[in-house]
Design a protein around this ligand. Structure first.
Ligand code: B4P
Length: 196
């Protein structure tokens, strides 16, 4: 599965809950980049200035990271990608990876939240966590990049009938209940053995 939506819609928050319910790993490209920046790795040095301005990391780099991650054992029987793919080139790469392993996507959860609400959430996170890309200018830039580059990705998955749209406003628990119900409507429910 994938979880998509504008920055601040609650992807990371819901991804962890969905992953726990289904017993699959939640793989966030944003978290991978931030961990590498924090640990001062070569990759971290390459992407730090990009992430801090709210631009997208080049597809070649992002695709390679995701390909490596999806080959790890814990992703063999399912995964939830959070924040990937965000460009049409990333969609094509994911398709290649899935084809090679004979897998296919079950659903794309789209979290919807209006811009003013997400800006407020991210400004609050700036105070709580001090993330470098949570200043108002950068947040607004991230929204623009999302509208330009990621909206077409969502349109593509919509055409394929994979999108489960969920209202991202309200409490975390309310949104989680909506996600579960939207997935159930598509015939996707955790098996008793899935939950961890
Ligand atoms: P991400 O880490 O994906 O950042 P994000 O879009 O802001 O999502 P995030 O998961 O953090 O926020 P969420 O909506 O959960 O990406 C960061 C950067 O990495 C990108 O700008 C880019 O540079 C790079 N990048 C990542 N993936 C890439 C890719 N595929 N290609 C190229 N570059 C890539 O939550 C936001 C806040 O809202 C949180 O503080 C949360 O506590 C709060 N919140 C959540 N749900 C709420 C609710 N129901 N009510 C109130 N608050 C809530």
């Amino acid at each position: 599965m994938l979880i998509v939506g504008p920055p601040g819609a609650g992807k990371g928050t819901q991804a962890k809950l969905i992953a726990a319910t289904f017993g699959i790993p939640a793989i966030s490209t944003g978290d991978i980049f931030r961990d590498n920046i924090k640990n001062g790795t070569e990759l971290g040095k390459q992407v730090q200035s990009i992430v801090s301005t709210g631009a997208y990391v080049p597809d070649s780099l992002t695709n390679e990271i995701v390909r490596d991650r999806l080959l790890q054992d814990d992703a063999v029987s399912g995964f939830l990608l959070d924040g990937y793919p965000r460009t049409t080139e990333q969609v094509a790469e994911l398709e290649r990876i899935l084809d090679e392993s004979g897998a296919s996507l079950d659903a794309v959860v789209l979290l919807v939240a209006d811009t003013d609400e997400v800006v407020q959430r991210l400004l609050k996170r700036a105070v709580d966590q001090g993330r470098e890309d949570d200043t108002e200018d950068v947040i607004r830039h991230r929204q623009d990049v999302y509208n330009e580059q990621t909206e077409p990705v969502i349109a593509l998955y919509r055409e394929r009938g994979l999108v489960a749209e969920v209202d991202g406003l309200g409490s975390v628990d309310d949104v989680a209940a909506r996600v579960t119900s939207a997935l159930r409507d598509r015939g996707i429910a955790p098996r008793p053995a899935d939950a961890v």
